[in-house]
Design a protein around this ligand. Structure first.
Ligand SMILES: *[C@@H]1O[C@H](CO)[C@@H](O)[C@H](O)[C@H]1NC(C)=O
Ligand SMILES: *[C@@H]1O[C@H](CO)[C@@H](O)[C@H](O)[C@H]1NC(C)=O
Ligand SMILES: *[C@@H]1O[C@H](CO)[C@@H](O)[C@H](O)[C@H]1NC(C)=O
Ligand SMILES: *[C@@H]1O[C@H](CO)[C@@H](O)[C@H](O)[C@H]1NC(C)=O
Ligand SMILES: *[C@@H]1O[C@H](CO)[C@@H](O)[C@H](O)[C@H]1NC(C)=O
Length: 496
């Protein structure tokens, strides 16, 4: 017996040593670190399947010789770099199907050459089926699945061109995918409590039988209580507050009636536990919008960038059925303003107060809560970055590891009254807007620096670090570095 125990113990010890060694040599079960393998990945197969469905964007003809022609063109007319090592403006030829009136397009227009106004303006009907010009060095598309219509490496996205979407991006964007991934990933930590802290509110995927049943049982049990316990969300395409409902008594009744009628929950929805005690700013609810940029898939480079706070227009009341007291978005704010009797100047004041910069929030914490620490550098960013690392590890093998793709994810966090951060959602289509002047300023610098970063990765990888340094981006994961150091100390070594 004792002997047996001895064996067990030594096996355990050996196992521990092996694991430790393993980690030290950079092996991470979620990031296999293999390079140039994108054509052998599941995501490549899925992407090839998607091409068969045909082009989504009919304005451009697919040309099987496009990348060969681009190469010939570039042999004759190489991209000219400025003294810093970045392409000069006339070689920053950016093709974008964002309509021209979008703020994004206005920013881009200031430091790239947007030459393709006619067939990139989705509002213009005089659009011809043209071929892609050979001088493009950047694709910046509003359509998050633009690649599905074209064959990467032959019909589009040739050497020297970068593209702002990663095939497989929908796995992060989909609330149902995210919830499933999260459960699976969390189980990896089940015997290491010191390495794990929940960051996603309990989420039920209502197209799943068991989850639907749990949801219905919960609604039934609490039918007499007035508390708001759940948020009901469309699982896909519900960015920027679209398709989000607070489960008030009225909504609850609709959901139950629907269930009784159909014998199942509505497909394509999730229910997420509602945070009853949010941290408030002057009595108003808010969330943090920050950016996670996967700047490169090969090598894997993940960056964090500050954003801003977005506030509700009206004060929070936990029991209220008025969604604008719960949901922070401009649409809700407008409904609130329309149903109230504000003067024009009062309304514009409220609109201007819908977001807050990080430094304003720090001042607020100091003046209203006597909070003396540096909230963002000591608390918010370390937690936000750690959550981003987990998100990437959860999804890495589902993203196409192509060397010329990147993606901007808008990541929303809420903070409870104990100052703990919770992930609310990840968006592949973050509205880079100028709802207020401050928001505009942050977004201009963000996008300008990001375009430089992407150009440096394509044309002058050697200057990438100096470009990063003069920006406001923070490194989250640096796949150029071997071993544990690639994580920038964000998670403990034994927690990989
Ligand atoms: C573009 O540049 C002009 C001139 O420098 C500046 O006034 C304007 O605010 C810029 N617009 C954006 C959206 O960056
Ligand atoms: C776009 O098309 C219109 C009508 O064909 C033409 O008048 C205009 O010059 C074009 N604009 C650009 C930027 O090519
Ligand atoms: C890029 O190519 C297009 C189409 O051939 C052409 O109209 C445009 O003038 C070119 N732009 C530059 C800056 O060379
Ligand atoms: C809130 O509930 C009251 C009472 O049931 C109802 O009259 C009102 O229309 C509801 N408001 C909203 C925004 O649903
Ligand atoms: C708004 O003001 C108008 C005119 O002063 C008044 O008739 C109306 O009752 C007010 N509505 C609300 C919701 O206070």
């Amino acid at each position: 017996m004792i002997q047996l125990k001895g064996i067990v113990i030594s096996l355990f010890a050996l196992n521990f040593l092996v694991t430790y060694h393993f980690v030290d040599w950079m092996k991470d079960p979620f990031l296999d670190g293999k390079r140039n393998d994108y054509k052998y990945s599941d995501q490549w197969e899925a992407y090839l399947e998607s091409i068969k469905k045909g082009p989504h964007i009919h304005k451009v003809l697919n040309d099987d010789n496009y990348c060969d022609s681009v190469k010939e063109y570039r042999d004759k007319f190489p991209v000219i770099l400025n003294s810093e090592g970045l392409p000069i403006i006339s070689d920053r030829i950016l093709y974008s199907n964002f309509p021209n009136w979008y703020f994004v397009k206005k920013i881009l227009g200031n430091f790239t050459s947007l030459i393709l106004n006619n067939h990139t303006d989705s509002n213009s009907h005089n659009v011809f089926r043209t071929r892609l010009p050979l001088n493009i060095t950047f694709f910046y598309h509003m359509t998050t699945n633009y690649h599905e219509g074209k064959q990467i490496d032959t019909q589009f996205l040739c050497k020297g061109q970068r593209y702002n979407h990663i095939p497989g991006n929908f796995y992060l964007d989909g609330k149902d995918y995210n919830a499933l991934d999260y459960r699976e990933y969390k189980s990896y930590y089940q015997n290491r409590q010191n390495c794990w802290e929940d960051f996603l509110p309990k989420t039920l995927i209502l197209s799943e039988y068991e989850d639907c049943k749990e949801f219905m049982n919960d609604l039934e049990e609490n039918v007499l209580k007035n508390d708001i316990k759940w948020v009901y969300k469309k699982a896909r395409d519900s960015n920027q507050g679209r398709g989000v409902k607070i489960v008030t008594k009225d909504i609850e009744k609709n959901i139950i009636d629907d269930y009784i009628k159909n014998g199942k929950c509505q497909d394509g929805f999730i229910a997420q536990e509602y945070m009853r005690k949010p941290f408030l700013v002057d009595g108003r609810k808010f969330d943090f919008r920050v950016y996670m940029v996967v700047a490169s898939m090969d090598p894997l480079i993940v960056l964090y960038h500050d954003g801003f706070l977005r506030l509700t227009a009206a004060k929070y009341e936990a029991e209220s059925n008025e969604s604008w007291r719960h949901i922070t978005n401009i649409r809700e704010a407008k409904i609130y303003l329309e149903t109230s009797n504000f003067t024009e100047s009062e309304s514009s004041k409220i609109i201007e107060s819908l977001d807050m910069t990080f430094s304003e929030f720090s001042s607020y914490l100091y003046s209203s809560h006597n909070y003396k620490h540096d909230f963002f550098s000591k608390h918010f960013r370390p937690h936000a970055k750690k959550i981003m690392l987990h998100l990437i590890r959860m999804n890495y093998n589902r993203l196409l590891k192509h060397p010329r793709v990147f993606e901007i994810f808008g990541v929303d966090f809420m903070m409870d009254s104990e100052m703990r951060l919770w992930l609310i959602e990840v968006n592949t289509d973050p509205g880079i807007a100028e709802i207020t002047k401050d928001m505009g300023k942050i977004n201009i610098k963000f996008l300008k620096d990001l375009i430089d970063i992407e150009y440096s990765l394509e044309y002058s990888p050697i200057i990438f670090d100096s470009i990063l340094k003069r920006s406001n981006f923070h490194m989250v994961l640096d796949g150029r570095v071997k071993g544990y150091k690639r994580y920038q100390g964000i998670i403990n070594q034994e927690c990989i």
